[in-house]
Design a protein around this ligand. Structure first.
Ligand code: ZN
Length: 368
């Protein structure tokens, strides 16, 4: 692992991007506590071009340019995943307001449509590619990916075939769940390593679907940072297998974009349903405790709680930070996201926590 760290520092030192100069300039000074506590947004893009509102995953060049201008105006510094991990580990200084830009799937439109804009702004990014898609008709090629890496972009894995890792098909499960996860996670790790010539650092779960079993398999495969699409931002305290991202889709207003990149992680010290949990239902309510450090900042009447995008009722006691969320209907089975947001005193100040959990019918769990 130490060798890998040195390799990455060396590699980034060679990167073309001028804003990465801080990497060398800041070598001597260790990251301070405030730097590791600072929220780090991770943007998640998919495709680029003018394909209208039919496909929300396409972001136009105009939108991308405007969003990059906002990032620059707000003082954010895009870096790569490995640079962030090094910073969080105190092995290098982080720039002011670090941010990650990630692109899922590896469509060729990144190279011909978005790349000129990334170059103009000198913003690096991490591309999550799935092995089967590389060199396909619509995918980036091995040669393009190697060239992108040489230019300071980072390549991460997005699995082997882009399956639902938490919900494999019968065919995918033919050799058992462990073999399936190993093929998708270790298989893509090994494949990328074989042709990149070094281990990859990160994984983006396909469809953002994850649970604790998937997270453990990813860790065993060798990944050091795993990205969800659970909405929010991260700090050095965020578990590396549960890193949050902000999905950017077509027609995201500037105001919404600014709001999202200014998310602050809501600190929860205990909760009745853990992130990535896979537990028998039904679940009718959730109980949580907000960390002492945020209780003062939060407006106790401002909560909003969603389960699977549907509003829940809540009761909050500011004195002890206890929040009780009652679901609109019993959660009997399936994977869903829970999202909690509370406002602070300042305009735009808000605290957010989103996580995925899976409820299994009691009988199915008992039969295993
Ligand atoms: Zn994908």
């Amino acid at each position: 692992m130490k060798l890998l760290g040195k390799f990455l520092i060396g590699f980034l030192g060679l990167a073309l991007f001028s804003q990465l100069a801080w990497a060398e300039a800041g070598q001597g000074s260790a990251a301070s506590v405030s730097v590791t506590a600072e929220p780090v947004p991770v943007l998640c893009y998919h495709r680029f071009g003018n394909y209208g509102p039919q496909d929300p995953y396409f972001v136009s060049t105009e939108e991308l340019t405007r969003q990059f201008e906002i990032l620059r105006n707000e003082g954010f510094t895009p870096i790569t995943v490995s640079a962030l991990l090094e910073g969080w580990a105190g092995k290098r200084a982080l720039p002011p307001k670090p941010l990650l830009i990630t692109i899922d799937d590896g469509y060729a439109d990144f190279a011909h449509t978005a790349l000129p804009i990334f170059k103009k702004f000198e913003f690096p990014a991490t591309l999550f590619v799935y092995t089967h898609f590389i060199d396909s008709q619509r995918g980036l090629t091995h040669a393009q990916l190697r060239e992108l890496e040489a230019q300071g972009f980072e390549i991460g894995s997005h699995s082997f075939t882009h399956p639902k890792l938490t919900k494999p098909t019968r065919l995918e499960l033919a050799q058992g769940q462990a073999a399936f996860l190993e093929r998708e996670l270790k298989g893509s790790f090994d494949s990328l390593q074989a042709w990149l010539g070094h281990p990859v650092v990160s994984l983006a779960y396909p469809y953002g679907l994850w649970d604790t079993t998937v997270a453990q398999a990813a860790q065993a495969a060798g990944y050091r940072a795993m990205f969800t699409v659970d909405q929010g931002t991260n700090t050095a305290k965020t578990p590396r297998a549960q890193l949050k991202r902000i999905m950017i889709v077509h027609n995201t207003s500037d105001r919404m974009f600014k709001y999202l990149i200014n998310d602050r992680p809501l600190e929860i010290t205990e909760r009745s349903l853990e992130p990535g949990a896979r537990v028998p239902g039904p679940v009718t309510a959730l109980t949580l405790t907000v960390g002492v450090s945020q209780r003062e900042a939060i407006n106790p009447r401002s909560w909003s709680a969603l389960k699977g995008g549907i509003k829940c009722t809540w009761v909050y006691t500011a004195a002890d930070g206890k929040l009780k969320v009652t679901l609109p209907s019993p959660w009997t089975h399936g994977t869903d996201a829970v999202m909690l947001v509370a406002r602070g005193a300042q305009p735009f100040e808000h605290y957010k926590e989103t996580w995925l959990a899976t409820i299994v019918p009691p009988r199915a769990e008992g039969g295993k």
